[in-house]
Design a protein around this ligand. Structure first.
Ligand code: ADP
Ligand code: MG
Length: 706
């Protein structure tokens, strides 16, 4: 095979207006000003903004760009864009010059009145504003629309309230930086000028054949299958996980990587995941807001490239019942700008007092705000994952690993951690193989919040969700904890004693959140309840945690959300839940009413005809098989029809309610169970009805025939 060789070093960042390109294209003074604003905040002068805008436009036009857009992330969880061309009025001779001003770069006024705002915007003042987030680089997106210059922006209301996922994230990053700096200062670090949250999200996804996908209305409208009997084979052989990547999938991954590299996204790891047709991609970690932008681009590019390969990419948390769903492990750490990862324990964590304080602060934060973290990882799809037997349970707990657990235990018991377990050597037993040093921070895959060496891995996040909320929450709760610690320690007369006491106090008080056992077990659920840890089972139940007194105090203190912003978000979540379940219910009604029930009727009619025909041709023939089948299918058909009517009724009732919590609860408590009742008999029927008659592709067709 003669393949075109791609020079990855050359294509990487090809479509990104990097610092390097700015340096090349901007006058020295302008570049210095921009760099300063990117690193330390502030505003560009209008003159500088004009120069930057022109350079950015010239660069984009060289790549074929005709339009620009302020690219933003409304509360829909995905991205939004409205294109404006660089075209200006022609002069008297009909000549036109493509232009882009500093004002257009910095601020946009999309009408955007139709995005969810949870009542923050009355329609008479519906206008939203987008403001350039210069810390995330501009890029050119190329697709059928042409080449579009995308400017990452935050989206706010006329009164400055956040209408998006980006604004609170940026606010939380600033809060964390400020409070973390106070901590490192206490330990004598005078050089650091800021602290950055770094995030590396591992993205799971499914790929199915696009022609088959298009035959299933549930996949088209709901992103997941709403009917479907299990295939004879699932994931029990563990042969898909890390298995050889099929050619069709491999060529998809190759194309995907190239697209991502051009966008400056450092796609690093790819492999098959546990469920059939499930895969994963992980980029190298990046600054939190850039990681959030990149993750949006990864999801979008995954879908786009899939189409090109005759595939459909499913990002839903639970596309198929009975096999694993998809999540997004959110790896999070905090680093100073002079190169200290505050989550790096070093070789002897027991002697690393700064690390122990940071760890104690995070343990405290996660314990106090477990409900908020749980909320930040909830979306409609994730309700099928959290608490099911494959994903971290809905209970937040922390896994520290053997080494740290031991250090924490010593500290709580004696106030000192004299020793520290070392990673042992792992003997391979083969003379030609090297013996390995075991990682002292071992892994526990069942923990929702695990320490993994020099970062925490928050594993609850759903595959289709934006990672903005989980990281905003993490940054906020840790900022609060740092702030409280710094308040005490900055005033201490004897710092060493004070820090020692504080670490011990935090660990002793919040140790209930640490759990190193099997998070999937029944015993843990009971144990967690004894410990008083929240077990919030659904998205609907999690919403109220946003507006508790504790949450409002936290978010207002650090200017991340006002109470009004939190209330508006809660409202949007209830609405989103209701709408999503409504779509699923209507899709089931559509499929059952127009496809599945008619197919069963066709089949029962065939059976009946067969019975009569056989009897007529040969009155002594045994027709018990057909008769039994007819009886069974007819009974299930009757059950389906009853459940179908009930679902229609429940859905209409819920749809008629006023938007808000009660409506969301009605969808959760009434409509969802009615959906299960319709699915059950129809899934049984799928296993009985002639495959030629069954109108939609099966689980086997979808997940094995890729
Ligand atoms: P796993 O074994 O869980 O797959 P990996 O080592 O592959 O973990 O890392 C998963 C993700 O964590 C990657 O995106 C990686 O870049 C990111 N990561 C690694 N170190 C850090 C760090 N210090 N801070 C944040 N993310 C990190
Ligand atoms: Mg992982």
């Amino acid at each position: 095979m003669c393949e075109k060789v791609v020079n990855v070093e050359r294509i990487f960042n090809e479509n990104v207006f990097t610092m390097g390109k700015m340096k090349e294209r901007l006058p020295k003074k302008v570049y210095a000003e921009v760099k300063n604003v990117i690193e330390y905040g502030g505003e560009l002068s209008p003159e500088t903004a004009d120069v930057v805008a022109k350079a950015m436009k010239d660069w984009a036009v060289e790549l074929g760009a005709t339009h620009y857009t302020h690219w933003f992330q409304p509360l829909t969880g995905i991205t939004a864009e409205k294109h404006d061309s660089f075209v200006t009025n022609p002069d008297a001779e009909g000549r036109m010059l493509m232009e882009f001003s500093g004002k257009e770069l910095i601020k946009g006024e999309p009408d955007a009145s139709s995005f969810p705002s949870g009542g923050l915007r009355a329609t008479f003042e519906a206008r939203g504003y987008t403001a350039w987030d210069c810390t995330s680089p501009a890029f050119v997106k190329k697709d059928a629309t042409g080449a579009i210059l995308c400017i990452p922006t935050a989206f706010c209301s006329y009164k400055g309230e956040a209408l998006d996922k980006k604004t609170p994230l940026l606010r939380s990053m600033e809060a964390l930086s400020e409070q973390a700096l106070r901590i490192v200062r206490l330990f004598g670090n005078t050089e650091a000028t800021k602290v950055t949250a770094s995030v590396g999200p591992e993205q799971e996804y499914f790929l199915v054949d696009r022609d088959l996908y298009l035959q299933r209305k549930d996949l088209i409208y709901a992103g997941r299958t709403l009917f479907g009997a299990p295939a004879p084979k699932g994931q029990e052989m563990d042969d898909h996980y890390f298995g050889v990547i099929k050619e069709r999938i491999g060529s998809y991954m190759k194309d995907l990587n190239e697209e991502l590299w051009k966008l400056g996204i450092s796609a690093k790891t790819q492999h098959n995941e546990v469920a059939p047709a499930q895969h994963e991609l992980a980029p190298i970690f990046n600054t939190a807001n850039i990681a959030v932008d990149h993750n949006q681009l990864i999801m979008e590019t995954m879908k786009k490239v899939a189409k090109r390969h005759g595939l459909a990419c499913l990002l839903h948390e639970k596309p198929f019942a009975g096999v694993n769903g998809s999540g997004k492990h959110d790896n999070w750490s905090i680093c100073t700008d002079n190169g200290v990862n505050m989550l790096d324990p070093g070789a002897t964590p027991n002697q690393n007092i700064q690390f122990l304080l940071v760890l104690a602060c995070i343990i405290k934060a996660v314990d106090i705000h477990a409900d908020l973290l749980r909320q930040s990882a909830s979306n409609v799809g994730n309700d099928h994952r959290l608490g099911a037997n494959e994903a971290p349970p809905a209970i937040i707990s922390m896994f520290l690993g053997e080494q740290l657990e031991d250090v924490v235990k010593q500290l709580i018991e004696t106030g000192e951690a004299a020793s520290c377990k070392e990673g042992e050597r792992l003997y391979t037993g083969v003379s030609t193989l090297p013996d390995l040093q075991k990682d002292a921070t071992d892994r526990n895959r069942t923990s929702p919040f695990a320490f993994t060496g020099n970062k925490f891995e928050f594993r609850m996040v759903g595959s289709s969700d934006s990672i903005a909320s989980p990281n905003t929450t993490l940054n906020a709760i840790v900022a609060e904890s740092f702030c409280e610690a710094a308040d005490v320690l900055e005033k201490a007369s004897d710092f060493d004693v004070a820090v020692h006491d504080l670490i011990k106090e935090y660990l002793a008080e919040h140790q209930r959140i640490i759990f190193n056992g099997n998070g999937y077990s029944e015993e843990w659920v009971a144990e967690a309840e004894r410990r008083g840890l929240p077990n919030i089972k659904s998205m609907v139940d999690s919403v109220e945690s946003l507006t508790t007194e504790k949450a409002v105090k936290l978010f207002e203190k650090f200017h991340i959300f006002t109470k009004a912003e939190l209330e508006s978000r809660a409202e949007v979540l209830y609405e989103t839940y209701a709408k999503a379940i409504n779509i699923e219910a209507l899709t089931m009604v559509d499929m059952a009413g127009k496809q599945l029930i008619p197919a069963v009727i066709t089949y029962t009619t065939e059976l009946a005809a067969s019975i009569s025909a056989v009897r007529e041709a040969c009155p002594e023939a045994d027709v018990s098989a057909q008769t039994e089948l007819l009886m069974e299918t007819s009974a299930l058909l009757a059950e389906s029809k009853k459940a179908f009517d009930a679902l229609k009724k429940e859905t209409a009732q819920a749809a008629g309610m006023e938007e808000g919590e009660s409506q969301a609860r009605a969808y959760h408590d009434q409509v969802m169970p009615a959906m299960s009742k319709l699915r059950a008999p129809l899934d049984k029927l799928e296993m009985m009805v002639d495959k030629e008659i069954w109108p939609i592709p099966s689980y086997g067709d979808l997940t094995f025939e890729v």
